[in-house]
Design a protein around this ligand. Sequence first.
Ligand code: AMP
Length: 441
Amino acid sequence: MAIQRPKGTQDHLPDGSPKLSLDTRAVAFQHVQDTARRVLERAGAQFLNTPVFEDPDLVKRGVGGSTDIVRKEMFTVYYFGDHGGFILRPEGTAGIVRAYLQNGLKQLPSPLKLWTHGPMFRAENVQKGRLRQFHQVDYEVLGSTDPLVDAEAISLMVDVVAALGLTGVRVKLGSIGDPADRDAYNAYLRELFGAHVERLSDDSKERLERNPMRILDSKSAGDQALIAELGVRPMLDFLGDEARAHFQAVQAYLTAWGVAYDIDPSIVRGLDYYRRTAWELHHEGVGAKSALGGGGRYDGLAEQLGGPLVPGIGWAFGIERLLIAMDAEGLDVPGQGGPLLYVAALDDVYVGHAATVAMKARQVARAEFAYRAVKPGNAFRDAERRGAQLVALIGSDEVARGVLSIKNLSTGVQSVVPAGDLHTFLAEATVPPSTYVQENA
Ligand code: AMP
């Protein structure tokens, strides 16, 4: 059998490919990226790219040594003669904060809004909506602790899903407080779960030591049963005055703007540098366990990476999951469409001439040509299959007269266009009626 793509990866394919689904359609990916670009750039976000592989320390410190991502899911890349290796990025935030620090972006007007999109890599158990190479749209704001920035970030996420036409999206909002609040909560959890260690999963026994909050995130059914039985108090009960005021301010903005949300006390982001606001967007089409996207404030991250204190907040959508949700709602994405002009030669000697005409047309429009001489009937069939609007057939007569005879496939109108007027004709082609001589009209 021919070589297959690695498990947990997808090809993004051109329209017309057999067995195409929305989340493998290349134009659908572009549509999501373009929609995000429109929404985010109107809000002042600037695009940046960072490498897909980074220093292992960046990922370990930026994502957290106690997470599944770092402990079990990192892809490492080596090249010949290299000993340390690199990590394929599992998420975008750490790389963006690194780029901010390394490139002196602090000098740009603050708060600085950045966005990117691209592939992320996690060696997860593969299932629908859970891939090993997936794609995210990422938005990050650096340099402000203002709750207005949090509310705006959440609202922009809602704007992106709305611009995609999605309606069944729910925002789940929580807060994980300041470090002291979290210490108090962790102490409470340690005592509570400490009395039932024998019932915790092995992973959660370890979490009890390192970071008890992550037990609440556990995928183990036994852990979840214990959590339900113990009636664990939520993190929100432990918010200090400042974190509580911040959380209330975020909610007040969202309410004022009409952005619907539910308070979800179960949202935990257990890493040290996460602060205060945390949220997720959910959609039935993606399943209750998996988020469409999520975000949080990470005021401690820049310091964690060895930089100065730079408060930050950000979110990421999984593009595949957005497309799965769109598919579930019956939403479609327009195809790329065909060329405006299709040029075919009726005789071998004019094939190069036909190519030249198409190439000249490309200065103003999409144009394609036939690579060998064709009969008129075949030329029209091929042009239709490609979705062309106009067909120019080139034979001895056209070449001798220095004209192009161009047929509009939707109206049937045939025009004779002096070769030098091609650009003008194409510019007008979508605005009938044409001023050119019409034959067989
Ligand atoms: P996270 O960085 O884990 O908060 O993920 C942010 C978003 O990325 C999630 O809400 C998903 O939409 C998407 N995502 C994360 N992991 C995967 C994966 N393995 N496959 C597909 N999408 C993912």
